[in-house]
Design a protein around this ligand. Structure first.
Ligand code: ASP
Ligand code: MG
Length: 434
């Protein structure tokens, strides 16, 4: 008998009809002889609606009360799901995050899970019940208050439950079929991956792929949880996210990948695109020691998350240089204002804030042992006359910053250049991956 954790996102439980479909899947899994623990998100856009409501009554709602409010979204779906399962003749019990033993830090709105004590869940499983847990929430022992884990936090709830209960697999259901080599709405020939390394998944997620949340993948990697990202709407297998040393669950013992596909794993696993970044260029910075430090100490005061940084060798004026960096679009105005306010102290000539940029990243663990991987990228972009504005790399990733208007075309070109194209167009639902 296996223990399976299943997570259903908001789009999978958007209305009564969807809740019944999800309940049926849970019941089928249970009837197949498995223990089942479910983590569920709030119905549809409930969380957004609650946030809006809060802002309608108070411009700056207290974080404690906001968490009280938002955590109620998941309570609605968990109770409805349990009732639906009862009406199908099986025993199910729902639990809030705190009842489930999700112990978190005290940071309202972005709490981290520090411990999971699933005593009540074990009891319920021992009684033969299906366990339903409200996603996205927990409890802090010191403040004794309810916390939430940040947007999309139900993925992390599911993975943490899987780790604490030593589950065989953590199935994350959404409205897309799995992890694709690129967003199929942008690259129609994108292919669903059967497996992906956790490390690659983290890079893809950090660089714009939206199917799985970074923190959930990180948690899974740290605790060796096998994630299976799949669709609520089909029974097809999705994508397994494999941590280090984890065997591909589709293989029999002793078999390896070459037996199955008869060739080496590709060097590049996927292409991610990110439209959420803006670029700020500080023009004509004095080219002396301490300039970058002065600028970025101002930037860091705003709490902005800097991604790429480039310093030009030479600016138009002698003895000066230009420094460009990227950061989330919504943080850029604040940072620009902060720097502009100190223009005379910092001694730069001019500041350019540009939010018409897009980032394309190519990710693959195989890059470690292959050379020439970046050349393929640069050649492909050059063939299509697409200009590169910034470049950054990690051990398993190459990212380029482009004009936003070039991004989609670039993704298709690069996808083809790395031989990632499938033979048929991917079925695209209006899915969001949530
Ligand atoms: N309901 C929360 C949100 O919309 C958590 C989740 O869906 O995972 O962000
Ligand atoms: Mg949601």
């Amino acid at each position: 008998m296996a223990l399976i954790v299943q997570k259903f996102g908001g789009s999978s439980v958007a209305d009564a009809e969807s809740i019944k479909r999800v309940a049926k899947r849970i019941v089928d899994t249970r009837r197949a002889g498995n223990d089942v623990v479910v983590a569920v998100s709030a119905m549809g856009d409930t969380t957004d609606e609650l946030l809006e409501l809060a802002r309608d009554v108070a411009p700056n709602p207290a974080p404690r009360e906001l968490d009280m409010l938002l955590s109620s979204g998941e309570r609605i779906s968990m109770a409805l799901l349990a009732m639906t399962i009862h009406s199908m003749g099986l025993e199910a019990r729902s639990f809030t995050g705190s009842q489930a033993g999700m112990i978190t830090t005290a940071d309202h709105g972005s709490a981290r899970i520090v411990d999971v004590t699933p005593v009540r869940l074990r009891e319920a499983l021992d009684d033969g019940a299906i366990v339903i847990v409200a996603g996205f929430q927990g409890f802090n022992r010191d403040t004794r208050d309810i916390t939430t884990l940040g947007r999309g936090g139900s993925d992390t709830t599911a993975v943490a439950l899987a780790a604490a209960l030593n589950a065989d697999v953590c199935e994350i259901y959404s409205d897309v079929d799995g992890i694709f080599t690129c967003d199929p709405r942008v690259v129609p020939l994108a292919k669903k991956l059967d497996t992906i390394g956790a490390e690659e998944m983290l890079e893809l997620a950090a660089n714009g792929a939206k199917v799985l949340y970074i923190r959930a993948v990180e948690y899974a990697r740290r605790h060796s949880v096998l994630i299976h990202a799949r669709s609520t709407f089909t029974s097809n297998e999705g994508t397994y996210v494999l941590g280090e040393g984890m065997a591909d669950p589709r293989l029999a013992e002793g078999e390896d990948m070459t037996d199955v596909i008869g060739k080496e794993e590709p060097v590049v696993a996927g292409v991610a695109i990110d439209r959420s970044q803006a670029k700020i260029t500080v023009v004509g910075v004095p080219d002396v020691p301490g300039s970058a430090s002065a600028i970025f100490s101002r930037v860091s005061k705003t709490g902005a998350n800097i991604d790429m940084i480039v310093q030009n060798v030479q600016s138009a004026s002698p003895g000066r240089t230009d420094i460009s960096f990227t950061l989330p679009k919504e943080q850029a105005p604040d940072v620009a204002k902060q720097l502009q306010a100190e223009q005379s102290e910092l001694g730069f000539e001019n500041l350019v804030h540009d939010d018409q940029v897009g980032k394309l990243s190519v990710v693959g663990a195989g890059m470690r042992s292959h050379s020439g991987v970046s050349l393929t990228l640069f050649e492909a972009l050059s063939r299509d006359a697409i200009n590169i504005e910034m470049i950054s790399t990690s051990e398993i990733r190459i990212s380029v910053l482009l004009r936003e208007t070039d991004l989609d075309k670039a993704a298709r070109t690069v996808h083809t250049a790395y031989h990632l194209d499938g033979d048929v167009e991917a079925t695209v639902y209006a899915g969001t991956g949530r």
